[in-house]
Structures are given as C-alpha cells and as structure tokens.
Design a protein around this ligand. Sequence first.
Ligand code: 26V
Length: 770
Amino acid sequence: KVWIDGTRGLDTDVPSITKSFVNHVHTSLARQAYNLDDFGAYQAAALSVRDDLIINWNDTQLHFTRKSPKRAYYLSLEFLMGRTFDNALLNLGLKEKYNDGMTKLGFNLEDLLEKERDAGLGNGGLGRFSGLLPGLKRKPGIANGSQLEAPDPWLEHDNPWELPRADVSYEVRFYGHSERLDGMKAIWSGGQEVLAMAYDTMVPGYDTKNTNNLRLWETGDYERALESSNSAAAITSVLYPNDHTSFGKELRLKQQYFWTAASLADIIRRFKNIDKPITEFPEYVAIQLNDTHPTLAVPELMRILLDDEDLPWDTAWNIVTNTFFFTNHTVLPEALENMLFLQAVEKKFPGDREKLARMSLIEEGFPQNVRMANLAVIGSRKVNGVAELHSELLKATIVKDFVDFYGQSKFFNVTNGITPRRWLDQCNPGLSNLISETLQIPKGVFLKDLYKLEGLLKYVDNPTFQKKWAAIKQSNKERLAHYVETTLGFKINTHAMFDVQIKRLHEYKRQTMNIFGVVHRYLTLKAMTPAERKKVNPKVVFFAGKAAPGYYIAKLTIRLIVNVARVINVDPDTKDLLSLFFLPDYSVSLAEILIPASDISQHISTAGTEASGTSNMKFCLNGGLLVGTVDGANIEIAEEVGESNVFFFGHLTPAVEDLRYQHMYHPVPIEEKCPALAQALNEISSGTFGDGGVYEPLLNTIRQNDYYLLTEDFDSYIKALALVDEAYQDRTEWIKKSISTSAKMGKFSSDRAIQDYAQECWNIESSKLT
Ligand code: 26V
C-alpha cells in the first residue's frame, strides 16, 4: 500500500531512513554522526519519524477541514501519554525498518527507545484514559524509604513530539468586573489578561494515516496585569499531584478556567470557519468532560453564547446541554471538586426545601462552595460512569436526585478499556508474535479487533502452545529481574511467583492489606521448620506507585513497604522464599516492564470504592491472573474470563455500609475480630522493621475505625492468597488459566470503549483518510 500526498508512510525504505537520520544530525542537532551518543541518536531518529507524522497530521487536519464533519473534543486536565517514539513506529508500521536502519548506523534501536522520557502529565487511570485519544507539566524518587518530590524533567530537553503554534493564541481574562452598556449588554473588562498559546502533539492512529492532535496550552510571555499582580506563568507550571483530594485552591481554579476558556475559544473559531448558524453548534461539536476538572467549560460556553453571540438564555442553555457529555471517575466524596468561592456574597437560597438544597450548584455554608459535579451533570446531555458497578453506584448515590429529576436515560455506563497496541504489542512483543503465529493472522487483525483473541481457546490444551506461552512469561520475568538488578542491585529468583500491585497509593486501594499480608507470610515462614519451608513455593512481591505529596498515610505506607523489604530480603531463613521490592519512579514505561512479567496481580480495594481500575485489564491481557475484591471492572473481567480463573475474596458492596456502621457504634477489638492481622500490626509496632513508633498513625487507622475494612477482609484475603499458591503448584493448570484469561479480554479494548462513546454520546462515525 502506498499513501498519496507525497507521504513516505509505509513507503519509507531503509536508505531513506538513514539519509533522513544523518540529515537531522547535521542540520537539526548541528552535530557529527561519527561521535553521536545514544541520546543524540534518539533525537535524530525521533525527528526523522516526526517528519512522517507531520505529513500525516497535516493531511488529517486538511481532510477534516474539507469535510467538516462533526468533531468530538476530549477535555482533560491530565494526559498520561508515556513514550511516543515506539508508539509512532508501531503505528506507522516502521519499527522493523528503523531497527535495520539504526543497526546499519551502529546503533541499537531498543537503546534509543529507552532514551525518551515519559510524558507524564497525569496521576493515574484517569490521565491514562485521555492518553488514548490541553494540559500542564513532576518526579518522585525514593530516598531513605520515603518518596522524594522533585520537578519532572520531561521538559528539560527539547521535546521533538511537540510543536509550538505561534499562530494559535487566545486572550483569557481573570478577575475584572462587568458593567452594562446603555443599560442593555453586559461587558466584562479589567482584571488580568493572560495569553494562551497552543502546543500541539501528533498522536498517530494504528495502521491508518489519521493522526490526531493533542493540544496543550501554555501561558504567553506577556501579561497585562490590570488589577492584579498574580503571575500568569504559575497557571501552567504545576500538575496538581493529587488524585482523590481537592483543596479548593485558587490556582487550581485558574488552571481550569485558563485551559477550558482557551479550548472553547479554539473550538468556536473552528466552528465559525464552516459558516453555519450558531444554533447548529451541537451538530458539529461534541465535548467530553474528563471528570469534573473541565466543568468550567459549561459556564464559559454560556458566557460566550450570551455575551458574544447575543443569544437569549434558553437558546444558549439548549446549545450547551446538547454539546457536553460528562464522565465521572469516582464516587469518593473527597474527589468531587467543590470549588471555594472567595467572595462573601451572602445569597439567599430557598433552603427550606432540602432536596433543592442538595441539588443546588452552591453548597451553602461559610464560605460557600460551587459543586462542580452538579454543574457538570446539569450542563451535560449525558453522564456516564466507567464500569457497570460504578455507574449503578453513581445513580444510587451522588446523582440520585438528578436521576429522579431527569429520568434514567441521561445516565449510562461505558466500561473503561485499554489500548492493545501499547498494552500487548508494545510491552509484550513476544506474546503478540506468538498470538499472530498461532492464530495465523497478522498482528494488525487482533490488535484492531481484540475479540479475535478468543481463537486462542482452541489451543489451551495444546502442550506445545502451553510451553511457548510459559516461555514468554519467563523471558518477561527475566527482563524485569534484569531491571531490578540494574536499578536496585538485587538478584531475583525468576522461578518464583511474581506478585504485583502497582497503582496510586491510597487507603481505599489497600496497599496496606498487601504489606500486612507480606508480614503475615514472613511470620508464618519464620515459624516453620526447614522441612516445612521446603514445600513452600517462592514468591517475589512488587509494589510501585506514587503518593500525593501531602497524603501522610500514603507516604507512611511506602516507608513501611521499603523497610519491611530491608528486613525480609536479607533474612537467611526466608529470603529464598519471600522477597519484596518497592520500585521507585513509577511511570507508564515501568508499567510496561512490570505488567508482562506478572503471574498474579492485586486489585484489592474495599468493595464499591474503585470505580473501574484499568491495570487489572492490562495484567489479564498479558496472561497474569488476578486476585481481587468484587469491585470495579474486576467484576466484568470475572464475567468474561469465568470466576474459576480469578481469585475473588472479601465483602460485597452492599455489606460495606452496615459494616462501617458497626465499626462506628459497636467496635470489636482487632485482637478478637482478626487475630492474624493484629499479630502483623503488633510485629510492626514492636520495631521488627525499624523506625520504632513512626507507623502508629497508619496502624491506628486500622485499629481504630478501620474505614476501609481491612479487619473484615483480611482473613478471606489470606485464604485467597493460599488458593493462589495452591493453584501455582500445578503449573500446567496455571498456564491454562493464563491463556484462557488473555483469550477473553476482547471487551476491554479501548476501541470498544471509544466506540461506545461515539455511539452513545458524540453521534459520530470514523472518517478515515485514504
Ligand atoms: C481528582 C482530583 C481532585 C482535585 C485535585 C486533582 C485531582 C485529580 C484527579 C482527580 C480524579 C480522581 C478520579 C480518578 O482518578 N478516578 C480513577 O479513574 C480511572 C479511570 O476511569 C479508574 O479506572 C479508577 O478506578 C478511578 O479511581
């Protein structure tokens, strides 16, 4: 296939790659090819691929400008993109050719790929989800067992994937006042005007010329402070590193307004180019709000339609409520951004009717709060949760009154998905090749239609296939072991079971239960005779993840994990049977090494708290089994792969409220309720793992009201882990479970999720370049 419009695309051959590489070394980098280091070579190769991307990206823009179809815009304050280079090569089908080209020039492509820094403009799954499809710019390390905070070096070097658009900028106004001209039209003036400048990143689709645009906004050099001396630069210099706590900071509100206002100005400008009446806006524009963070787009579009377009209120509101769609990503109340408004205007509210008060955009009190979630719900055409259980809980709790008001049809579910390009082909090329060879179809077929993996079920009992499947897992475990050896200096037994929990550190995700489980296992091993120990299957436990800088208990959990590791990894009685690692600097790229190497992964949130989870899907796609609670997308994974292939434990969502009530009003001492857990906590208190006394605040959260119910779930958790050990003893059965799990992951492709949004919300179809 040869692409038109002069694109090199699939037509690119090895000599043209090396030529373009050398050219970039000389002209773009102003260096010599003969003494180039790997970082320079990465830059030159990246610039060479970028040339291809730019052509496709320009053609894509042109195609959509000419056809002016309806466009879907994804507004997100986080984009956790990971690396771009490998993704671009695979999506363009150029990886092998670049591999050959770089070898000819004396470089190793894999080494060059490692030189790229992750674009980590996000915290967790919510940010990763937008990475599939405007934003801000941070890196924690570990020292003395604690997380270190430092700025993210992502921006230190020129980023070849980002193009500054000097030609695209908008004025965004802050503060000021409004006045009525000749008693009629209101004008907003004064305050501070900040210039929003566009930076574009090319996002290539897989096996298509379509190359999407990710537009980020940066503050301009010039600012006109008319009434305030607030620095504009601060607006885009920090990514709020929290993921489930909101502080009501003025800067956060300014960020949100800065980027939604710039994005809307941009969207309006593009709409105006097609010369249609403004009332047809929703026929050409759909805007998806990624959580409540871009909610200010709702009042901003109202402002534009009323002030700039002179529309009557009802007409404007009708346009707004047919344009926006809102995805909620959590039911935890502390994350529902309630924005603090500083003006002390006391507004009388018909507060005698409780239901109205609950639905109000304003939470009454001193000071008042704006309820962003309520604003997003009323301003949107449709509202969705991110897994079946979460969407049901949403309707039963935080949007209940709105369901009564609007009816059921406004509320629906889109279960999250993950991209098989990155989370199978890129991170696990060995497995991807084996699947292609076994199903006798090119990779492109199942990477675009993940349901095709079901074909693997035919081979579950085939010993040759099982061997190949197991060999790939083994080599991925060796790759991870190599990483640990080079970064932490520890040798790992790769024949041990690899048990992984990687996610943001949070009490509701219960990394605490995992580490208490490790302590329990350690104590059990210590109490065994050498003969008994011989029967135990060795296990290596991995943790990784970041804690919000101000989240004391989460940081204490990291410290506990690191210090338990220091003791048990050197204990001669147990070190061959149990070891533990907290890998620093968690990133998308590190996840790409950990996930394919896992035998079992843990998704153990208190039932009803994890909206979906997405790493659960990634592990299962790569043939790792899952131990987890009946929560989020775990439930749907079990539905797909069969309950016999997952290790479920713990109380169910409906029980949680009652249990919490009992903990509040009829507390039972932990020694009675859960002796095994009490023993692990006491061992930590006694100083076995150092740092005498520092863990007490963490341990007391469990001993006292135990909001996340560890004392209720710990015994069944330990039983589930014992079942995991037992299952792992029969390696053939384990491999069968692994194959069957991966084979049934079709539903969790991001393609299915995006398709659901396209149908349910945006009412758009794909428009492919030829
Ligand atoms: C909330 C806040 C609050 C204010 C400060 C900054 C900030 C940043 C992010 C958030 C969002 C929290 C919600 C969230 O990340 N939810 C996660 O979304 C994933 C994708 O849908 C889902 O898989 C996880 O279960 C869910 O916790």
